[in-house]
Design a protein around this ligand. Sequence first.
Ligand SMILES: Nc1ncnc2c1ncn2[C@@H]1O[C@H](COP(=O)(O)OP(=O)(O)O)[C@@H](O)[C@H]1O
Ligand SMILES: [Mg+2]
Length: 281
Amino acid sequence: MVRVRSYLRRRGRRTMGGQESPITRKEFGIEKARQIESRTGMALVSVGRKKAIIKSDYGRALRESVVDTIDDLLDWNVVPPTTAILLSPTGKEPSWHPLWNKNKPQTVSIQEWIENAVPFYTWSKDKPQTVNRLIIFGHLIKENSKNELRLWRIAALDAIINNIDRHDGNIVINKKTGLVWAIDNGLSFEYDCRPSGNRIIEWASDSGGILPSPVLHDLRALDEGDLRAALSPLPFQEIEDAIKRWKNLKKAGSIQDVWPGLPVARSRNIGCWEPLNRHPT
Ligand SMILES: Nc1ncnc2c1ncn2[C@@H]1O[C@H](COP(=O)(O)OP(=O)(O)O)[C@@H](O)[C@H]1O
Ligand SMILES: [Mg+2]
C-alpha cells in the first residue's frame, strides 16, 4: 500500500512545528480538491492514485498525525495513514476553502480516505437497535471477525492518547471489507475531560476490560524511546502524560470506563461537555 505519510517522508519535507519550509499542493501531489465541509475547511483531494482528507486546524492536525505514528509503531493499522504538513497557498485556491484563502502557510493534516467507508451510526442503522453496547459492537465483529482485535486496539490507543471524541461518527466501516477504522483523532492528549464518552472504551469496559494478549504484547513490546519520538511534536506535559497512560495501561493490562482513569494534561480544558452522569466522580 502506498502510504501518504511515507510518500511525504521520501520527499524529506515532513514538518510539525512550522519551522521547515512550506510545501506546495503541487509538490505534495495534491490534485482535484473538492469541498467537504466549509465551516472547518475540510477537503477531499487526490494524492497520486489515493484519495485523502485534508483538515486545517493546526493543533488537531498535529495530533492526528502523532496518533497515526503511534498506530504505525504498534503496527496495528487501525488509523488511516496520516501526516501533518505545512502547506503553502498558491494564490489560486478555491474561494470556499478557509485554509486556502489565507496568504500564509498553514499546518494541515492529510489522511488517506478509506474507500466505501460509512460512519458507524449510519452502518448500524439497519441493525436491531439496542442500548446494549456489547450487542451494538457485536454487529461489527459479526461483520468481520478481525474487528474484535481492532476494537481492542482502538480502545488501547484511545486510552494512551486520551481521545475524548470517539463517538459513532469517528468510527468508520469499509463496507467492502467490513473492517473498522478510527478516524478524527485530533481531539486527543490535551484535555482533562471527555465530551461524549468514548464508545470503544465503553465497549471494552463492558466486555470485561481485560486486554487480549496480542494487544498487551504489543503495548509491552513498544519502545519508550520510539513512543517519545512519535510524541515529540507535542508540548512537554502532553508527552509525559501519554507516557504515563501507556505505562499504566500495560501494567494494569485492562481498560476501565472511568474517565479520566489515567493522567491527562491539566493545561487546557476546552470544548468540554459534562462527563457522563453514571460516573459521578
Ligand atoms: N479517512 C477517512 N476515510 C473515510 N471517511 C472519512 C475519513 N475521514 C473522515 N471521513 C468522513 O468524514 C466525516 C467527517 O470527518 P471527521 O474527521 O470526523 O471531521 P470532524 O472534525 O468534522 O468531525 C466522518 O464522519 C467520515 O464520514
Ligand atoms: Mg468527526
